[in-house]
Design a binder for this molecule. Sequence first.
Ligand code: NAP
Length: 328
Amino acid sequence: MANKSVIWCDAETLAKDISGKTYIVTGANSGVGLETTRQLVKQGGHVVMACRRVDAGKEAAQSFAGLKGSYEVMQCDLADLQSVRAFVDEFLSSHSHLHGLVCNAGMVSMGNQPVYTKDGLEMTIAVSYFGHFLLTELLLDTLKASAPSRMAILSSVVHAGSPKNRYKVNLDDLNFRQRKYNNFAAYGEAKVASVLYAMELAERLEGTGVTTYSLHPGWARSNFGGDGLLMNVMRVLFLPFRNSWTNSNEESAQTSLHCMLSDDAPLHSGAYFSQHSILYRDKECRKGGWPMESPNPHAKDMAMAKALVKKSYEIVGPASSKRIQPRS
Ligand SMILES: NC(=O)c1ccc[n+]([C@@H]2O[C@H](COP(=O)([O-])OP(=O)(O)OC[C@H]3O[C@@H](n4cnc5c(N)ncnc54)[C@H](OP(=O)(O)O)[C@@H]3O)[C@@H](O)[C@H]2O)c1
């Protein structure tokens, strides 16, 4: 049964011929990223699938056979800043244009102790935010040279928190070195950082023809959360509401596709776009919106966004595609 609450791209957006345009989608081998990639390829685009596991990317891409566009799979581990730099070097060695960058990959650490990347960053924020921050900054010149072009970063309903507990980025301890770790809070903070980054970047890029977006894709029936106990319990508990509360991966790709392809999205650069979601604690947000206002004031604070970008540069090092040791 179709989910009536889903916001779909309009027919014109999904029929656009994007032949000759190049896109990067991170985490393109699974879930929302795979379906975003499939539609871009279907419409004639060339998609560089930036995957942590190249084999998984190649296997998933076999299902694109017969579609109008093309794809290639390149290795990119967002939990490794050197890997992000190496990916950009490889991309730029064979591509001079980039029309759309979908910063889609994400994960949440499942333990109650922080896991640190080899750069010394907390894993959840490293993959969702820092890796994408570096990737985007390294590709800004190419995006500008390809304008009109777009960048979208996947946030989550979780960034909104609740009226009593709004997540905010903790600039003094982004990587949970000095405070008690909570994996859900790490995810929420990473997703606030994503909303702030798209907002800051939109202001920085005003007039360049490059537009930016953050988004919540919906409650996707993807591989998110893996096979952890919590996720399995949730799957069983929510089974009766599966069709009305959750979304197929195709439905969950709609918001990314709207941001990448619609004529309307560039009128709202820097904004937050959301699929419907029962998980908003603020009831008025549950129907979603393209765009919609985040209920979290900390995700709309431009001074915080600028401070976050400054801090992020201190952490990831300069945005030069030459290999440079990160500072953790
Ligand atoms: N599922 C939901 O309900 C939901 C709700 C709100 C927001 N989101 C966001 O939507 C995005 C897509 O998630 P999904 O639901 O499609 O989940 P998914 O099926 O688990 O896909 C996540 C993707 O991220 C990749 N990834 C994980 N760690 C990586 C790393 N270190 N480097 C590069 N790629 C990495 C995964 O690669 P591997 O296959 O190699 O692990 C996979 O391709 C995420 O940003 C997530 O936070 C999801």
